[in-house]
Ligand binder design. Sequence first.
Ligand code: TRP
Length: 358
Amino acid sequence: MAAQQTRILTGDTPTGNLHIGHWVGSVKRRVELQSKHECFFLIANLHAFTTRADRPDEIRRDCIEIARDAIAMGVDPEQAAIFLQTEVPAILELTYLFAMLLPYNRVMRNPTLKDELKVKDLKDNYSFGFPLYTVGQCADILAFRAHGVPVGEDQVPHLELTREVARRFNKMYCGVADKAPDEEHESLGGVFPIPVADVGKVGRLIGTDGVNKMSKSLGNAIHLTDTPKQVKKKIGRIYTGQDSRQPTDKGETDPAKNPLFQYLETFVDDSDQVDEIRRRYAQGDNIGDGEVKMLVADAINTLLDPMRARREQWASDDDVMDVLLDGSRKANEACEETLAMAKDAAKLRFFPRSVQLG
Ligand code: TRP
C-alpha cells in the first residue's frame, strides 16, 4: 500500500491505568504508526459493560485514565484520534446490521469468546450482550473501513469474524463476486476493505513475579504512576528462578530461563551491552542479579521519566475530555461516511443526517 496512507484502527477495553506491559505489547507500536498512517484509537467503553454493567462510575473513570496514560506514553492527539465507542452511533448501528449477517453458531464458535466465558467462569450466566461484543468489534473496525488492525494474538479470531462479515456484506449488497480476492473487494465496489490483523511480535511482557503475564489484577505490574523508587523496588524483588544458574547440558547457564533477560532485552537499548551481560552471565562470571537489576530499573526509569512528565502536564480531566471530544468528532466524520455507504448498499438510506457532538 506504499504511497497511499492506509487507515489504522485499534482499541482497548478500559480496565484501569496502563503499565509497561501495555507499552511493550501495544502502545509503542501505536506511537510508531501514528506518524505514518491515519490512526484511530478506540476506547471500548461499551465492551467494558459486558462484565461490569453494574459499575458505570468506574468505567467512566477508566476511560479518562486510559486516554491520559496513552497520551503520556506518546500517543499524540494531534496525529491520532482517541475516541469513545459510545460517542459514535454508526458503530452501534452497523453492529445491529452485521448481527443479521452472522449465523448465531458462528459467533459462539469464536475461540477467544469461548475462552473468556471459561476463564471468567460465567457458565450459562452471561448476558445476551456478552457474545454480541464480538459483532460489535467487527463494527468498530469496519465503520472506519480500516485496512490494518494492530492487535495481540488473542484478538485474531475477532479479526477473522470481521473479515467474514465484510466479505459477506460486499457480496450480498455490493455485487462483489463470490470468489473475489480479499485485496480487490474495494476496487470491485465493495463498501468494506477486508482488514488485516497486524500481530505484534513482542506480545506479552512477563510480570515482576517472573511467572505470569504482566497484569494489574495480578499485582505484578510496573505502572506509569510508579515512582522511580517503586520501580527499583519492584525490579529488585523479581524472582529470577532457581534454575537460572544451573548449568545446561553444555555446561552453561541459560539466561533464557531468567525473566530478567526479557526486561534487559526489552528496555536496555544498547544491544552490545546486553550481549556482553548475557555472555558473562552464561560463563558464570562474577555478575550478580543485582547488577542486572540495577541496569534494568535505570532503563525503565529512563523510559518512564518523560512519560511521567507528560502525565503531569495532562493532569486536568478537562484537557483529556477535550481530546476525547475532538477524537470522537473525527471518528464520527469517518464513520458517518461509511454508514451512509453501507445504508445505501442495503437500501436503508432514507434521509440525510449528521451527528454533532459538544
Ligand atoms: N477487544 C479488544 C480488547 O479487549 C478491544 C477492542 C475493541 C478492539 N474493539 C476493537 C481491538 C477493535 C481492536 C479493534 O483488547
